[in-house]
Design a protein around this ligand. Sequence first.
Ligand code: LCS
Length: 397
Amino acid sequence: MTKLTLDKQKTGFMTKLVHAGAPEDAYGSAVTPIYQTSTFSFNNAQEGADRFAGKAEGYIYTRLGNPTIHALEACIAELEQGVAGVATSSGMGAVMTAYMALLNQGAHVVSTASVYGPSRGLLDDHFARFGVSATFVDTSDASNIEKALRPETRIVYIETPSNPNMQVTDLRAAAAIAHAHGALLVVDNTFASPYLQQPLLLGADVVLHSVTKFINGHADIVGGILVAKDPVLLKRLRSVMIATGCNMDPHQAFLVHRGVKTLALRMERAQASAMRIATWLEARPEIAWVRYIGLPSHPQYEMAKKQMSGPGAMIAFELKGGFAAGEKLMNRVELAILAVSLGGVETLIEHPASMTHAKMAPAERLKAGISEGLVRYSVGIEEPEDLIEDLRQALEG
Ligand code: LCS
């Protein structure tokens, strides 16, 4: 490929989206090919030994590293402005890798109450067996983080905006509190994407994503990634990913790398539509309330502006008729797909209490602000008028 004479650090975000993680192959491929191979040959025994010893560059085995996966890791690390990335088989693989790399027996975690259900379940149902404990608080009020800290707290784990109720946590405040206590700040940036929010620049130590969502954007793969600010931390994350075998597959990495190139275009379009839809929903008589970060009615509307460059494409709303009305709406929509997941080009609608957050105890759900009638709506890139018409016929039907 043509060598850039530009200072790559100074190029704009949309340029980075297209060019970050440039191909390494010998044929001048415009995009990184899919190196669909489990293993890589050594020219001789010494070269094999040197690669294993870290004395020579080069690939060994795909669980340890692969050019297609590496290109994606380099791309997302550049977008998040970290030292490097570690791609994983799923978003939960990234969450698990963060917990396992950063927690020891007896460690404590302070986390967002309305974190994605399985990110909470992994701590409560599995890490608890190894003596790890966790306290889930409303982190949109940073003083709750401080109050929940214990001498053994090792990580403050923040999801912002949170799934599904769109609560925003002040990342600068969370970083200051965690660091003053000697803990690390880990941020799940899935809902915002690096286009709207870059947690490492706001004080986080590790940022992670379910790339299944906005980063890939096309609802055709499941995957995850972690990016760290510090090379020592990155090495710990990579070693856990390798040891547990939750590596990404080269074909998955190729699709995600292809998808991320249009992240800014997709997000701009989806969030403009989300703003129109949220405004329309807020004026409807059937709706009790709408949580959209772009609306002044959002409790953290001002705070979000200090750390996000836009409100994103996720809307949560509560119907006056509660669960029954929500169920009717989901059965009547024709354009929005009734499905979990989010962040793709197609609009999705789901019911957190019976779907993504069903495993949480009802009392815990309510404490986390996930009411029975809450509906989550992930805005895609269709014509906004068509989406509004779809919601209108479903609400009035
Ligand atoms: N973090 C967040 C914020 C998520 O929303 C999800 C998945 C994950 C991590 C886990 O990622 P995965 O392993 O699925 O790639 N969220 C989902 C949701 O809201 N509906 O279906 C999956």
